[in-house]
Design a protein around this ligand. Sequence first.
Ligand code: FES
Length: 175
Amino acid sequence: MTEAVLKLADLVAGHPVTTVYVMSDEERHEIEHCLHHYDDNRAASIDALKIVQKKHGWVPDAAIAKIGELIGIPAADVEGVATFYNLIFRRPVGRNVIKICDSISCYLTGYDEVRNAISAHLRINLGQTTADNRYTLLPICCLGACDHGPVAMINDDTHRDLSVENIPALLEQYK
Ligand code: FES
């Protein structure tokens, strides 16, 4: 269960990726709009990160600084939120992100077999993206469907009762 000790954030953070990032007017307006919902601008940082990720697929370093500047808090605080919240990606990911639960119930009901089937089908390991950029495979902790393990999310969809047999059909659904 060595992968279980890896945190999703460890796989998507910690390896700087150089990229050019320019915040669009649309992003800036959406983030400024979020500020009206909170008394403390810090509380808007997670919304701001989600807005950037929705547009770009992940959150580049330059976006962290820009968000801090826009909402008036240190970039280090924005980075802290991005690191803590494990669904914020700090490295580029594929068009579809598989998050497979490696917590105890799923581990006991076939996590290893299902993860191996996904890896074999896509020819990637945890933390990697397919050459065609179609899928990224990441571990995640409990998704709250423990009585239906093994469980994984693909993008926003939760898939329960996974088995080695249903993996190929499942992966065909996402282009
Ligand atoms: S342990 Fe996998 S969903 Fe809870």
